[in-house]
Design a protein. Structure first.
Length: 273
């Protein structure tokens, strides 16, 4: 039935551009025993679009999406470009809040890269190590006095809170900075490790983990606003679908930005020899 409709419309057209649209549309649809499958409502909208605009001196644009599955979806991913219309999005969701929350994930990623992925362990990075004590999380600098004794050693004095030393030792060892603190009473001496190939590779892996966390945070924001969108009443399905695709495109933009940060950081960690 779908193929017959397309054939009839194609033969009735005199405009070659519109013929190309119908022909292209049929080729992008999923197939069932060689027969193009399509929703009646989708194709009906195409026919209405043609009926309303054919014969007028206007440019007719037909937008469509192929709902491919599995491997086909992976192949087509990234091919179609979604145009962002913030005025249209703003009619249904707060686009400024949407972008602001995604931007926070990027800022957090940059901050994490600076604090936790330095080739040379800095005093600032060590100060920011999170320590869980008595069910609450603190930074190391909130619990101890931290000074750099010399270029190769950092001293951490816990004389005010000696009871947190076991938790602090655990946090420092698991910080991913390749640190091996030595305890002397209420004081920890932290030798600054040499930059080895293994250390570089571990930092690169840590960078990837931080990127994945940032990506997940962006997707959480994306899904939050898509859910808000789909709860809207008295809004056409076409507009809902269009805005949903634009929200996804905005999320993809921020994820690409995060991926660029990751690539630069990994090049810095692995290439600075």
């Amino acid at each position: 039935m779908c193929a017959q409709l397309m054939s009839q419309v194609y033969r009735s057209l005199r405009n070659s551009n519109l013929r190309n649209v119908v022909s292209l549309f049929s080729r992008t649809l999923p197939q069932n025993n060689g027969e193009p499958k399509c929703s009646y409502s989708i194709f009906h909208r195409c026919i209405l679009n043609y009926s309303e605009n054919y014969g007028k001196n206007v440019n007719t644009i037909v937008s469509f999406r192929s709902y491919a599955k599995g491997k086909d979806r992976k192949k087509e991913k990234g091919k179609s470009k979604v145009e962002i219309n913030e005025n249209q999005i703003g009619e249904l969701v707060n686009v400024n809040d949407l972008k602001s929350q995604m931007e926070k994930a990027i800022i957090q990623l940059e901050d994490d890269f600076v604090k936790h992925l330095s080739l040379r362990s800095t005093t600032g990075a060590i100060e920011s190590i999170p320590v869980t004590y008595d069910g609450k999380e603190h930074t190391l600098q909130e619990l101890a006095q931290i000074i750099r004794k010399n270029p190769k050693t950092i001293v951490v004095n816990f004389s005010s809170f000696p009871q947190v030393i076991p938790d602090a030792l655990k946090a420092i060892s698991k910080s991913g900075m390749n640190l091996n603190p030595q305890q002397d009473g209420t004081t920890l001496f932290i030798p600054i490790p040499k930059v080895t190939k293994e250390h570089r590779e571990q930092l690169s892996k840590n960078a990837k983990q931080l990127f994945v966390k940032s990506k997940d945070n962006i997707r959480v924001v994306q899904q939050k606003y898509i859910k808000q969108l789909k709860r809207k009443d008295k809004v056409s399905e076409d507009l809902i679908r269009s805005v949903e695709q634009q929200i996804i495109a905005i999320g993809d933009h921020f994820i690409t930005e995060a991926e660029n940060l990751l690539n630069r950081k990994q090049n810095e960690l692995l290439g600075d020899k």
